[in-house]
Design a binder for this molecule. Structure first.
Ligand code: FAD
Ligand code: 2HG
Ligand code: ZN
Length: 478
């Protein structure tokens, strides 16, 4: 670190410590340690200070100090992100800014169907607050017990209900953001309609902390669900899954809220590694769908619609078998299986991940082509392709061959990713459908994003953060 940077950092640590007091600062190495590594253990960084402001005013003060002294800031939510966005760099010249103490629900307006939550609210707590008011906040992620709404918005998270309710961006009405110079942008509107110029809110959603710190958000709520039907369905192949999705959407009046694809290996891995997971069907099949149809109406007739659709699909050869949950316990058990796949895949060994999207109708062809490309490189690789088929988003993950040498497998990562992403490009898909870019995919962004879009992104960054203090080395390629 240069002399100037060291002096700036010393002064920033000293001034922030004074401003926030002991409750708002972590400086002991053993307490800092969890902030220095990402969820997937891919990145390890350094910092001398984790600032934990408890209000927008305190956040603004911290950011203004860093701006004045040219010190880098790494916003940190629940640290469940997949791309190392919340982990500081190795230089030790940035502070980490944790939103964890900004965890108040500021308002819930049931009549307006909105909730205003601070960025550090845990997603599950926001959902629970909505439920207590007979409302639904639909964003649903396997990490919802620890991720924060600020992190969800910063990564523009997708998850298990996006098909029906949209992704994080679709659920935000307004944001409060501390800009890189410390000013507070008060965009905390609960309006559905506001056409007064550029939509600044959308700049910060998906920016992964590179343009400012989200401190609060006004979010959309929906009527609470009164009827939910959940089915675990063995389908003939991915094409059958896509066809079934279209039929169910039409037959149910677009009441499909979850439509998740799972290959057989997902069931083998989850039942092997995660306590309490059971196969809902009596015998093995090649691939499955976890599907939910739901309504805010009490007697919506969804069970009949689902059964009718499945019976027809069975006689047409799309569906091979199905179980419809008869109790909350059975429903939870089906969900547990789906949500345990990442954990089980981790427990099984190394994997090369791709979080890709293509148009829904192209999924079967994409899967066939991309699988063939991977197996041409590593014939014994195990394809764990699953995910949000209703959104055209697959976690096209490749587990190491059983008994393989982990390091040798991971050495092929670039080659495999290159091959898969090339196919994604041909389908005009995305190389990061829902997990973002962070540190992990900067080089790939440089390769795959339209150069004009990249130039506009750089121009926006330069205009909002000319001193380059916000989340250095994340998202934007150099
Ligand atoms: P963090 O990991 O702390 O941070 C993520 C990024 O956001 C970083 O760049 C950070 O700097 C920035 N950031 C955090 N808070 C703020 C803020 N207040 N202001 C500005 N920037 C900020 N993701 C999906 O999209 N769909 C899924 O289905 C899904 N399932 C998951 C399941 C599991 C088991 C796990 C572990 C993760 C899953 N994820 C999923 C990924 C992850 O949970 C999401 O990306 C989540 O939105 C990250 O939130 P977080 O609070 O943990 O953010
Ligand atoms: C999911 O949908 C998450 O379960 C995690 O987005 C995906 O681990 C993964 O690859
Ligand atoms: Zn996902």
């Amino acid at each position: 670190m240069s002399k100037d940077r060291t002096a700036g950092l010393d002064a920033a640590v000293e001034r922030i410590s004074r401003a926030l007091g002991p409750a708002g600062c972590i400086t002991e190495p053993e307490r800092i340690a969890p902030y220095l590594v990402d969820f997937r253990n891919l990145y390890h960084g350094e910092t001398r200070l984790v600032a934990r402001p408890c209000s927008t005013a305190e956040t603004s003060e911290v950011v203004a100090i860093c701006h004045e002294l040219g010190v880098g800031i790494v916003p940190h939510g629940g640290n469940t992100g997949y791309c190392g966005g919340a982990t500081p760099g190795t230089g030790g010249d940035e502070i980490v800014l944790s939103l964890a103490r900004m965890n108040r629900i500021r308002a819930l307006d049931a009549a307006n169907f909105t909730i205003t939550a601070e960025a550090g609210c845990i997603l599950a707590d926001v959902k629970a607050a909505a439920e207590a008011a007979d409302r639904l906040f639909p964003l649903s992620l396997g990490s919802e017990g620890s991720c924060q709404v600020g992190g969800n918005l910063a990564t523009n998270a997708g998850g298990l209900n996006a098909l029906r309710y949209g992704i994080a961006r679709d659920l935000a009405l307004g944001l409060e953001v501390v800009l890189p110079d410390g000013r507070v942008l008060d965009g905390l509107t609960s309006l559905r309609k506001d056409n007064t110029g550029y939509d600044l809110r959308d700049l910060f959603i998906g920016a992964e902390g590179t343009l400012g710190v989200i401190t609060a958000a006004s979010l959309k709520l929906f009527p609470a669900l009164r009827s939910v039907e959940t089915a675990f369905i063995a389908v003939a192949d991915p094409a059958a899954a896509v066809e079934l999705l279209a039929r169910l959407r039409a037959a149910s009046g677009d009441a499909v809220s979850t439509f998740e694809y799972l290959p057989r290996i997902a069931i083998e891995l989850t039942t092997r590694h995660v306590h309490g997971v059971v196969d809902p069907l009596g015998r093995p099949y090649d691939c499955y769908v976890l599907c939910e149809v739901s309504s805010a109406r009490e007697a919506a007739g969804l069970r009949e619609v689902l059964e009718g659709c499945l019976e027809q699909a069975l006689s047409d050869g799309l569906v091979l078998d199905a179980a419809i949950a008869e109790s909350i316990a059975q429903r939870n058990s089906m969900w547990k299986l789906r949500e345990s796949v990442p954990e089980a895949q981790r427990a099984e060994g190394a994997s090369i991940k791709h979080d890709v999207s293509v148009p829904v109708a192209s999924l079967p062809a994409f899967m066939a082509e991309a699988t063939a490309a991977v197996l041409a490189i590593i014939p014994m690789a195990r394809m764990v392709t699953y995910g949000h088929v209703g959104d055209g988003n697959l976690h096209f993950n490749v587990s190491e061959p059983a008994g393989a040498d982990r390091a040798a497998f991971m050495l092929r990562e670039a080659e495999i990713q290159g091959a898969v992403h090339e196919i994604v490009r041909r389908y005009r898909g995305s190389i990061s459908a829902e997990h973002g870019i962070g540190q992990l995919k900067r080089a790939q962004l440089a390769r795959h994003k339209d150069p004009v879009a990249l130039a506009v992104m750089h121009a926006i960054k330069q205009s909002l953060d000319p001193r380059g203090i916000m989340n250095r080395g994340k998202v934007l390629p150099d």
